[in-house]
Design a protein around this ligand. Structure first.
Ligand code: ADP
Ligand code: MG
Length: 262
């Protein structure tokens, strides 16, 4: 491995489910503090890669390194102090309060007596995300956008160094999508965390991520900046659609408009 410090990396990784080759020979890594977007068509292996990076699944071959150490060598709680995961629907709408859920994020940091070295962090996170007024509300009384904000608060309270997200904005309206991405950006700017996010919205990905990893059929199709990855030719090859790609008026990152059939 290179001497450059890697927050997370995979080398020679394969993963099959029955006869489906979900990932084939994946070699990739991220330096600390980067924001990677993982993009690609349905079934391309994006969620599988997130599950391997989070340590919940093991590769059939190859190795996953988290901060230079085999992910399989960590104890569960120890890995949870480094890596946090936020799923599409971050928290189930069950009878917990907002504060309960955010407190669950602290579990990896509690000592044998259940004592938390950072006793204020839950309140700080609730404040920071504007959730303090909702703290005693039950999750099933919240909107989808608010629930996803609670899920973010939970992983923030977990205080990880690496955040993994799998399509975190899929069920959110435009307002909450943008708000969610802005909150991630702010968190990264403040805490210097590494973010690896499966995103299906290529325009949002281009605006927020430093780099994109493109998967298709379980293989890496490309890795690089949005400007390098999101070309009309690539979009056609990867997704089978014709598009116009144009620079965003504010930032010049590529933005995509779909073409209809003539
Ligand atoms: P993506 O997230 O890019 O849509 P996935 O990583 O979920 O893709 O899936 C990649 C491939 O592996 C798909 O063909 C999917 O059906 C298959 N797959 C993923 N997880 C499982 C599983 N637990 N059992 C069987 N097949 C799976
Ligand atoms: Mg998926």
């Amino acid at each position: 491995m290179s001497t450059q410090f890697r927050a997370a990396s995979v080398s020679g990784v394969h993963k099959t489910f029955g006869r489906v080759q979900a990932l084939s020979d994946i070699n990739w890594g991220t330096a600390s503090g980067e924001w990677w977007g993982i993009v690609g068509p349905n079934g391309s292996g994006k969620s599988t890669l997130i599950r391997l990076l989070s340590g919940v699944d093991k590769p059939d071959a190859g190795i996953v390194h988290i901060q230079g150490r085999d992910a399989a060598a960590y104890r569960r709680k120890e890995l949870s102090r480094i890596v946090a995961v936020l799923q599409q629907e971050g928290v189930p709408p069950v009878g917990y309060t907002v504060r309960d859920v955010v407190e669950m994020g602290r579990y990896p940091h509690l000592d044998w007596a259940g004592k938390d070295a950072d006793a204020d962090i839950v309140e700080r996170v609730l404040d920071q995300l504007g959730l303090a007024p909702l703290a005693e509300r039950k999750l099933d009384e919240l909107s989808g956008g608010q629930r996803q904000r609670v899920a973010l608060a939970k992983v923030m309270a977990q205080d990880p160094q690496i955040l993994l997200l799998d399509e975190p904005t899929t069920y959110l309206d435009l307002h909450y999508q943008l708000q969610f991405m802005e909150m991630l950006a702010e968190w990264r700017a403040k805490a210097g965390i590494t973010i690896i996010a499966v995103l299906h919205d290529l325009n949002l990905a281009a605006q927020f991520c430093d780099s994109l990893l493109v998967l298709k059929n379980g293989r890496i199709e490309g890795a690089g900046t949005a400007a390098e990855m999101l070309t009309e030719d690539n979009i056609r090859r990867w997704f089978g659609v014709d598009s116009h790609v144009m620079p965003h008026p504010d930032s010049a990152v590529p933005q995509l408009m779909l073409k209809r059939r003539e």
